[in-house]
Ligand binder design. Structure first.
Ligand SMILES: [Zn+2]
Length: 374
């Protein structure tokens, strides 16, 4: 028998799928913003996998994957429990905006950061209702989840891939123990990513990662604060999800369940999309950047392997006449994750999302001043 898990109005029931609501926040109009909760539990005991999606309103691939994945047939074969929340940001999904209109900040930068709570500062806006809701939900996650995957979409036309967050550890106290724990966690996370079987791209190195508040994403909070093996999935185009990508993500997710001992059988093939492995670890970067206002005509496709010096775009003026030698070249070895949207670029804008060679460590200490009061 699996452990009974309750989230909001939903309580797991062995061999079934249960549906209900978790109350997130109250609107001033008296409406309650609830998050939909699905708990699928097998008859045999096993781990608890959390699947979350829909934190960015225009990204509809993740919810679609959850609806495809969770079936009675899955439950009949399942050991353990799947807790799925397909809409972490219902307001954003309603308006197809990244940020909810009632708390206009990127919602995937609001999760707990592991720092001690500060006393309220009357000159600063207190945490939004949504941030407070995620704090409560995080406590539920840490109490129940053994693993977590959070589903997103990157850009129109981008490849399907998974982001690997670096595991940061406290070096200001008990550094050796914290480092060993971080290495063990990163190893589990790496196995889980390999089991998922899609292209893997490492997140930014530590300094830029914290500057971008990516350590406060859903999967980063699970990983870094909750110590739960976790990663973020990006499923290509968000506003018009690609059925092949959704299908391949469901297959990858079942492969993670096989790795975790929740399903039997050999891994399923990841079909209908490109899995890119340049033979070296890669991280994300927006590159190359144009140095003058111009029109960009891309020469490479998402998934293409690129070497430093290869032309990746033609650059011209608004009449279509070449500027300089008419070509923009890659500065790095790697591959194309996706093209930046549009063809009209201002100076400094990056024309591609690329995966470039990554030499930064996957396990690294938090910056020295991270846990100090600021
Ligand atoms: Zn997203």
């Amino acid at each position: 028998m699996s452990k009974t898990i309750t989230l909001g109005t939903v309580t797991s029931k062995s061999g079934t799928i249960q549906y209900g609501r978790w109350e997130a926040l109250s609107h001033p109009t008296g409406h309650i913003e609830f998050l939909p909760v699905i708990i699928a539990q097998g008859k045999a005991d096993g781990p608890c996998l959390w699947l979350t999606a829909g934190i960015h309103g225009p990204e509809h691939g993740g919810p679609a994957m959850i609806y495809k994945l969770i079936t009675q047939d899955l439950v009949d074969r399942l050991r353990g429990t799947v807790v799925a929340i397909p809409a972490l940001n219902p307001a954003g999904l309603r308006t197809m905006k990244r940020e909810p209109y009632h708390a206009p900040k990127d919602p995937n930068r609001l999760w707990p950061d592991g720092k001690p709570e500060k006393p309220p500062d009357p000159d600063k806006e207190p945490p939004s209702s949504l941030e407070r809701a995620y704090k409560r939900l995080f406590e539920e996650m840490v109490a129940n989840a053994d693993y977590l995957i959070d589903y997103h979409n990157a850009w129109t036309g981008s490849i399907s891939f998974a982001f690997r967050d670096r595991v940061m550890y406290r070096a200001d106290q008990d550094a050796d123990r914290h480092k060993a724990e971080a290495e063990a966690l990163a190893a589990r996370q790496g196995e889980m990513l390999c089991a998922y079987g899609h292209t893997i791209v490492n997140e930014f190195p530590v300094e830029k990662y914290i500057e971008e508040k990516l350590h406060r994403s859903t999967s980063a909070a699970a990983l870094l604060v909750g110590k739960i093996p976790a990663f973020t999935v990006e499923l290509g185009t968000g506003e018009v999800p690609d059925p092949a990508t959704v299908t391949a993500s469901a297959a990858g997710t079942r492969n993670v369940m096989r790795w975790a001992g929740m399903l039997d059988g050999d891994p399923e093939p990841i079909e209908g999309l490109q899995v890119v492995d340049p033979g070296f670890p890669v991280r994300r970067r927006g590159t190359p950047r144009v140095n003058e206002a111009c029109v960009v005509l891309h020469l490479v496709e998402p998934g293409d392997l690129v070497n430093a010096g290869d032309p990746v775009a033609k650059v011209c003026d608004v009449w279509g006449r070449p500027l300089s030698d008419g070509l923009l070249r890659s500065e790095y070895d790697g591959f194309v994750i996706g093209r930046s949207h549009g063809i009209y670029f201002y100076p400094g804008h990056a024309v591609l999302g690329m995966a470039i060679r990554d030499d930064a460590p996957l396990v690294a200490p938090y910056p020295e001043d991270y846990f100090k009061e600021k």
